[in-house]
Design a protein around this ligand. Structure first.
Ligand code: ADP
Ligand code: MG
Length: 575
């Protein structure tokens, strides 16, 4: 074929494909326009997954009647004048393509009225062909109605999924935008029913309640901002108890713009390490603020991806903010003790992390909510610097506690809790990689179970199998144990019965798999009352030093009590 210049209508339809992929992209573009127009209320309505109708109504600044025609042309914008402005744009839009693209592939109508005008104006554009602008009575603001999306592009239309799926995409986009702008009231109406509503109070908690529902929102905690050089991370993240099976409800905002960023999502997820089971994902919203010139928003047709001048620094800031927030909210279950308080895991974390020895009586007092120092994320092995320092084992007390010396004072390690933590991390690690290592029994072990144990076995059969327990019903209340997890080194019968008893009583952990893992680790671990040789203790401490979250066992009890040099001196009246 000879080379020809494509006609305008064809060019438009090709270009539209980049901006308008599905109903959710239409909604996103129109809502962003409303936000750019300073709207306080944005109402979005869809019918039949957006295929039949999408309507976005706002109370923003409106478009003057004599600019309506221009607004739907390509590359027309009120937000940018020169290319150089791009580095500083704070508006969502700047390419002037959305209205042109949407009106090229739908039966499109825009009604707009600027505040103070006696009447508004209406413009209809059917699949790229604009009619005349007509005066019409209208409230201040803009209403865009999109009907029969992609009706003239069968290929695109076929590509759309079921209504419910398209609605889910739209809902996700609106959730992100509503979380980005808690100061704006959002309403989303699907086939006549309200699917999402936020009050526009300006408070993120209110927007979270509108997006996630009150019950889930109660499990979402705010990130206290700690300004880094140029990056500030705020937002709110779900506690491990409200994880999900996918990443659909975790949002990244960069300068109030919703973006996809694998790197930042990974940085946040890493901070949940060992707190969430494999295959579970956190919920929440991470809002990154940085100078506009440190981020390029013009790398993707729908601005879904951005490029950072220093992505590693941003990722490190996100990781640190999430980790710090999680640590501050880990349950504190430490009982009071005689001589000095056992530290709750977060408190121990702080003691080990905050290198400033001038802080007063850290061991005796409650942890104060001060920020932790910045930690780089490139090395997940030193995650948040939360690991134990290198310890020198001195001996054992009451056949239960290992006494050791570290760079800052004395450490007492609960040998059972420590071993439990080590085995738990080994199980998690094996689960996440090649599967839990098993040890096959030479002969099956036949056990008679109590009714509650039998019920627990039936209820957790799948999870037990995942964790290496190969158990079969053996008639009546009996089971045959054919293989056990390799972490179970002795007294198989005692361990299994104790695991089943614990599961029957409800177990500990956020998922069934986690419950079985925690219970298996606990009952396989060495117990108090067992004498350990010095090499055995050294090996235990060495393994604990390598744990990612060494300071609490799977049940949340502390593994380590720390008496700082400063505290020792205070106790002996040297200070
Ligand atoms: P962009 O948002 O990139 O500028 P659009 O095609 O989305 O391009 O919109 C073109 C122009 O139309 C905008 O720059 C803005 O001036 C105007 N406009 C679009 N939607 C609205 C709205 N809801 N309220 C006020 N003005 C709007
Ligand atoms: Mg726009």
């Amino acid at each position: 074929m000879p080379i020809v210049r494509l006609d305008e209508a064809t060019v438009r339809r090709i270009a539209a494909g980049e901006v308008v992929e599905r109903p959710a992209s239409v909604v996103k573009e129109l809502v962003e326009n409303a936000l750019d127009a300073g709207a306080r209320l944005i109402r979005v309505e869809v019918v039949a997954g957006g295929r039949e109708l999408i309507r976005v109504q706002d109370d923003g600044c409106g478009i003057p009647a004599d600019e309506l025609l221009l607004a739907v042309e390509r590359h027309t914008t009120s937000k940018l004048r020169r290319f150089e402005d791009l580095a500083h744009v704070l508006s969502y839009g700047f390419r002037g393509e959305a209205l042109a693209a949407i009106s090229a592939v739908s039966d499109f109508e825009i009604v707009s009225c600027i505040p103070g005008a006696s009447s508004g104006a209406r413009l209809r554009v059917r699949f790229g062909r604009p009619a005349r602008v007509e005066p019409v009575g209208a409230a201040p603001g803009t209403v865009v109605t999109v009907r029969d999306l992609f009706a003239t592009i069968p290929a695109r239309r076929r590509f759309l999924r079921q209504d419910a799926t398209e609605v889910a995409y739209i809902q996700r986009a609106l959730a992100a935008l509503a979380l980005a702008r808690p100061d704006v009231r959002f309403e989303f109406i699907v086939d006549g029913r309200i699917a999402l509503a936020t009050p526009g109070s300006g408070q993120l908690v209110d927007a979270l309640a509108g997006v996630f529902g009150l019950e889930t929102a109660a499990q979402i905690v705010p990130i206290e901002p700690v300004p880094h050089d140029e990056v500030t991370v705020t937002g709110a993240i779900g506690l491990p108890a409200v994880s999900r099976a996918n990443r659909q409800t975790f949002f990244i905002l960069v300068n109030q713009r919703w973006v996809e960023s694998r790197t930042l999502v990974a940085a946040a997820e890493q901070a949940y390490h060992t707190l969430l089971m494999v295959g579970r994902y956190p919920i929440g919203v991470i809002a990154v603020q940085l100078p506009p010139e440190r981020v390029d928003v013009n790398v993707h047709p729908t601005k879904r991806e951005v490029r950072f001048a220093d992505e590693r620094a941003v990722a490190a800031a996100v990781h640190e903010a999430v980790r710090r927030t999680l640590l501050a909210h880990l349950p504190d279950q430490s009982p009071p003790s005689v001589a000095f308080r056992p530290l709750s895991p977060p408190a121990v974390q702080r003691r080990l992390l905050v290198a400033d020895p001038t802080r007063a009586a850290p061991v005796m007092t409650r942890p104060d909510p001060e920020p932790l120092p910045v930690s780089p994320i490139e090395d997940s092995q030193t995650e948040s610097g939360q690991r134990l320092p290198i310890l020198r084992v001195l001996g054992q007390i009451r056949q239960a506690y290992i006494i050791a010396e570290g760079p800052d004072g004395m450490y007492l390690i609960d040998q059972h809790a420590a071993h439990e933590r080590i085995l738990l991390e080994r199980l998690f690690e094996e689960l996440a990689t090649h599967g839990v290592e098993q040890q096959r029994l030479l002969e099956p072990l036949i056990l008679e179970l109590a009714p509650s144990q039998l019920e627990a076995f039936e209820r957790y059969a799948g999870e037990l199998a995942c964790l290496g327990w190969e158990i079969e019903p053996f008639g009546g209340a009996s089971v045959a144990v054919r293989a056990v997890p390799a972490v179970v080194q002795r007294s198989i019968e005692r361990v299994l019965l104790a695991v089943l008893d614990e599961l029957a009583a409800g177990g500990r952990g956020t998922t069934s798999l986690e419950q079985v893992a925690i219970s298996t680790a606990c009952h396989s671990a060495i117990r108090a009352g067992q004498e350990l040789s010095l090499p055995e203790m050294r090996e235990l401490i060495r393994q604990l030093e390598q744990c990612r979250a060494p300071l609490a066992c799977g049940h949340g009890r502390p593994t380590v009590v720390h008496l700082s040099t400063e505290e020792l001196e205070r106790q002996f009246g040297r200070r």
